[in-house]
Design a protein around this ligand. Structure first.
Ligand code: HSE
Length: 295
């Protein structure tokens, strides 16, 4: 196994999981990206981070991108003698916009691109499987990896995905404070009423139709009964904004485990509470991609 000369850059999108009723299954890749560049060097590990997380992420082997790269190198045939990594982060951390999935998918695609013939040694199915194994949940990973609208599930141990095209436009409202996915998952009950599960399943099916050709159904299609309400105590301001926008007829959901709020609409950015950031975004149709090879 040999490594390519020079630096390789990968661009990987933010993603929104759940999308309301599609808990742990649906994902949407968004036009907000982390850009990661790496190069094999003689020895050592050099990590430079700008943007989101620049003052918080570890600059050693526990950096999430490095962990993912090492896992991929191990499957590809071996780790390099040294690595220089530069991360330009735009995906907010701890906000339900798939920053961990972006780091893991970005790291794996980057490691593969640093190896001669890497695409053959670790094809997309194997790279996606590794990404899901490292992340734990497939929903953000699927969107970050493949772009577009994704339906992800685990069959036995196998990570599966079906990708669909959508050109929906969204506004995301990002609050100033993070909520960890672990905390948000801890608020979920062991069981939900059968009636809630049944109507959620119906709305999740409707949501796929709404996002792929029936946008007038979005307000009904984004209703959820099995996770958003249970988590509202951890993100009361997000839940309040969600209810206000929905009352006004704007299809709105909590993005992933929160606390970001996502509206399937444009022209509503002025509804952001004080101190929040609002971004008008489109769907990333590509997923993680190598944007510059061996400069
Ligand atoms: N679907 C997950 C959750 C988050 O809502 O807990 C992303 O994997």
């Amino acid at each position: 196994m040999t490594f390519v000369d020079g630096a390789v850059t990968v661009r990987v999108p933010a993603s929104s999981a759940n999308l309301g009723p599609g808990f742990d299954a649906l994902g949407l890749a968004l036009s907000l990206h982390d850009t990661i560049t790496a190069e094999v060097i003689d020895s050592g590990l050099e990590i430079h981070v700008t943007g989101e997380g620049q003052d918080g992420v570890p600059l050693d082997e526990t950096h999430l991108v490095v962990e993912a790269m090492h896992a991929a190198f191990d499957l590809l045939g071996g780790r390099p003698s040294g690595l220089r990594l530069t991360c330009d982060n735009r995906v907010p951390h701890g906000r339900g916009l798939g920053s961990s999935a972006a780091a893991i998918v970005g790291g794996i695609v980057l490691a593969r691109a640093l190896v001669d013939g890497g695409d053959d040694l670790l094809d997309d199915a194997a790279a996606y499987q590794l990404s899901v194994d490292l992340e734990g949940h497939p929903d953000n990973v699927a969107a970050a990896f493949f772009g577009g609208l994704t339906i992800a599930w685990i069959d036995g141990a196998a990570a599966e995905v079906e990708r669909l095209a959508t050109d929906v436009e969204v506004t995301v409202f990002v609050p100033p404070a993070a909520v960890s996915t672990k905390k948000a998952r801890g608020l979920l009950p062991e069981t939900v009423p059968h009636a809630d599960a049944a109507r959620n399943a119906g709305r999740a099916a409707l949501l796929v139709a709404a996002l792929t050709g029936a946008p007038h159904r979005l307000i009904s299609a984004t209703e959820d009964w099995i996770h958003q309400g249970y988590r509202s105590e951890a993100m009361p301001d997000s839940y309040k904004l969600l209810r206000q926008l929905r009352v006004d007829g704007v299809p709105t959901i909590i993005s992933g485990a929160g606390p970001t709020v996502l509206a399937f609409a444009r022209g509503v950015a002025d509804r952001a509470p004080s101190g929040w950031a609002a971004h008008e975004l489109t769907v990333d149709q590509t997923g993680a991609e190598v944007v510059r090879d061996t400069v």
